[in-house]
Write a protein that binds this ligand. Structure first.
Ligand code: IPE
Ligand code: IPE
Ligand code: MG
Length: 249
């Protein structure tokens, strides 16, 4: 892994260890604009975006955050030019292959959320390999949303629950939030406490629609490739100043 020098290796002193989010989710946006600003092709932004993600994962681990979920490719991103889509799929595959050893050393447990069936076969094979290899790791839970759409996720949960009802294994009145969550891709992972979106866009873009019901949302103008430990520190400081009421007073 290429890492920046070990700046902010430890949790910054102004953050309260007891009040860290357990689960951070990130919409990694702005790779293309980051590249364009430097007069570079968009794909360079995606490459730099991978470096930013690797350092954030390591930072979460260093600072004691239990789970990180990153939005890597949405169900809508297939609408991009073919060359960009191809580049991204190849990039994901290569990164997975290259990083598996280090994920093992760092005790990362990787999971993929999304409809994986329509991904290229070779990428699918790397995904299966990394998930299987890391399944007994007990460090940070790292979820990568790939070909992920929140609506699509909810629909596939509905389909599988409807099939259980049809087979007589379940009564409609047994369908509650707990059961529903078990049919989402994110089953077994707690909801995100903090949702970060880079590049200033104020939207959810079909990410974790069910799960972000009570997430604190933090939006920064910083483009994803520039989102470093200092930027994450600022986001966490902001988060710790929030009062989470969950509808109460
Ligand atoms: C986010 O950066 C990465 C992916 C969606 C894969 P973008 O590629 O959306 O970058 P911008 O938003 O065009 O700058
Ligand atoms: C969201 O970014 C998807 C990912 C970060 C993978 P987009 O760039 O695709 O979102 P929109 O199009 O600005 O909503
Ligand atoms: Mg974008």
């Amino acid at each position: 892994m290429t890492t920046k020098p070990s700046i902010l290796k430890d949790l910054p002193a102004d953050l309260d260890r007891e009040r860290l989010p357990k689960h951070v989710a990130v919409i990694m946006d702005g790779n293309g604009r980051w590249a364009k600003r430097q007069g570079l092709p968009r794909i360079v932004g995606h490459r730099r975006g991978v470096d930013a993600l690797k350092d954030l994962l390591r930072c979460c681990r260093d600072w004691g955050i239990e789970a990180l979920t990153a939005y890597a490719f949405s169900t809508e991103n297939w609408g991009r030019p073919l060359e960009e889509v191809d580049f991204l799929m190849t990039l994901f595959e290569r990164v997975l292959r290259q990083e598996l050893r280090e994920m093992m050393e760092e005790d990362v447990k990787i999971k993929f959320v999304g409809n994986l069936d329509s991904l290229p076969k070779t990428l699918r094979a790397e995904i299966d390999r990394s998930v299987e290899a890391t399944q007994n790791n007990s460090g940070i839970q790292f979820s990568v949303a790939t070909n992920y759409g929140g609506r699509q996720e909810i629909l596939q949960a509905c389909r599988s629950i409807a099939a259980m009802v049809q087979d007589g294994k379940l009564q409609p009145d047994q369908i509650d939030e707990g059961l529903f969550e078990k049919h989402l891709y994110t089953a077994g992972i707690c909801d995100p406490d903090l949702l970060i979106r880079t590049s200033g866009e104020m939207r959810i873009s079909n990410f974790l629609l069910w799960q972000v019901a009570y997430a604190e949302i933090y939006i920064t103008e910083t483009m994803w490739p520039d989102f470093d430990r200092q930027a994450f520190h600022v986001a966490l400081r902001d988060y710790q100043q929030r009062q989470r009421r969950f509808g109460k007073v």
